[in-house]
Design a protein around this ligand. Structure first.
Ligand SMILES: [Cu+2]
Length: 386
């Protein structure tokens, strides 16, 4: 309601200003000002210089944004082997864009100024100029072809997975609004899964009768060994999600009804990443803000915030519903020995399913008397109601 009132006030204000300028114009009749609708030299000069002013505005804004926000994009310090290729591509593209925009904006605004209207000056008309058109076609063709070829080369290298290679197969399972991961176990083969098998602890719908599923382990925190290739197989239970691991420069859509994949080699452990100067600075800054916020909260009688520590994250990068923003899973990168120890402590899914069914079986033995009583009680109620 308030915003509607504000809009109405703004519209009325604009109408009032427009009417005032009209009255002001009418009072100028008979004065020295040129009331013609055709631009004169003075108008053209003003427009010419305003072009320069706009050029300065563009440059100042660009430089300001680079200084102020330049540290936000992740373009260095990647935590995967292929991440360097992605960063290089990003740097080359950004530098090219910066140079081209710097030159073309200057030319555009300079020529708009240079050839501004002048009394008695006529524009020269020509239909085409082969030489000019050749130049402004061939330069972008060469630059873009180079960029695309380099991009394709990098992409095929990143996406290529040698089937015989020693890889760890991990499934990433997306659903509104959380992630789960399944390790393929000793055999390195994931057991079959289908949404129809989802029941109780078997949240991924794994076919527990499949021999390949016997050693599969389901977890809600992803652990990865440093220096080992991990092949992720992505699935989705409901809608389109996207597995996004920004620090590893990895992203792949999770599509219902199909399996997508992405592989990478982590090359920094969580502990190593936490020591990196960029991360140390970022964490310090975040904690400064949290400390300030805590003071405010404590004043209000609420609980203060805990200090933040860096962790790798798996995020969802497709807007998949109201809690999409919070769809994340912690990733821990550690040494291979630590990783193996962590994984060996986890129970297999098959054993978890068995453990879940056992107490139910005991309940089931005691239950029949109760369940037979229930419908009888219901029918009597219905009869009574009639
Ligand atoms: Cu999602």
């Amino acid at each position: 309601m308030t915003s509607l009132l504000v809009i109405i006030v703004l519209v009325l204000l604009a109408v009032a200003i427009w009417q005032l300028t009209k009255i002001f114009d009418l009072t100028q009749i008979g004065g020295l000002s040129d009331n013609s609708q055709v631009a004169n030299d003075r108008d053209n000069n003003i427009n010419g210089y305003m072009m320069f002013a706009f050029l300065v505005f563009i440059y100042v804004t660009t430089i300001y944004c680079i200084i102020q926000f330049g540290h936000f994009p992740l373009m260095s310090n990647s935590a995967s082997v292929h991440g360097q290729d992605v960063d290089n591509l990003m740097w080359i593209s950004m530098i090219l864009i910066f140079i081209v925009q710097f030159i073309t904006q200057a030319l555009l605004h300079y020529f708009a100024f240079k050839y501004r209207g002048k009394q008695g000056k006529k524009a020269l008309y020509f239909a085409d100029n082969d030489k000019l058109e050749f130049i402004w076609t061939i330069i972008p063709v060469i630059v873009l072809a180079g960029l695309i070829l380099y991009g394709l080369y990098a992409w095929t290298n990143i996406m290529f997975v040698d089937e015989d290679e020693d890889v760890i197969v991990v499934e990433l399972y997306a659903k509104q609004f959380s992630w789960e991961a399944r390790y393929s176990g000793e055999d390195n083969v994931l057991g079959k899964a289908n949404v129809r098998y989802i029941e109780g602890v078997n949240t991924l719908g794994v076919d527990v009768s499949d021999p390949n599923a016997q050693d599969d382990k389901v977890v809600t925190e992803l652990h990865l060994p440093k220096g080992k290739k991990v092949l992720f197989k992505m699935r989705s239970q409901d809608v389109l999600h996207s597995a996004y691991m920004p620090h590893f420069r990895a992203q792949m859509n999770c599509v219902p009804g199909m399996v997508t994949q992405f592989a990478f080699v982590p090359n920094k452990t969580t502990a190593e990443m936490r020591q990196h100067p960029d991360i140390v600075e970022k964490v310090a800054h975040i904690n400064e803000l949290r400390a300030k916020k805590s003071v405010e909260l404590v004043k209000k009688g609420e609980q203060g915030l805990d200090p933040y520590n860096f962790d790798f994250l798996l995020l969802c990068n497709k807007i998949c519903g109201p809690s999409h923003y919070n769809m994340q899973m912690k990733i821990v990168v550690e040494s291979e020995a630590d990783f193996k120890k962590w994984l060996s402590d986890k129970p297999t899914l098959v054993s978890a399913v068995k453990a879940e069914k056992e107490p139910k079986a005991e309940e089931g033995a005691a239950a029949p008397a109760d369940t037979t009583k229930a419908p009888v009680a219901d029918t009597t109620k219905v009869v009574a109601a009639k």
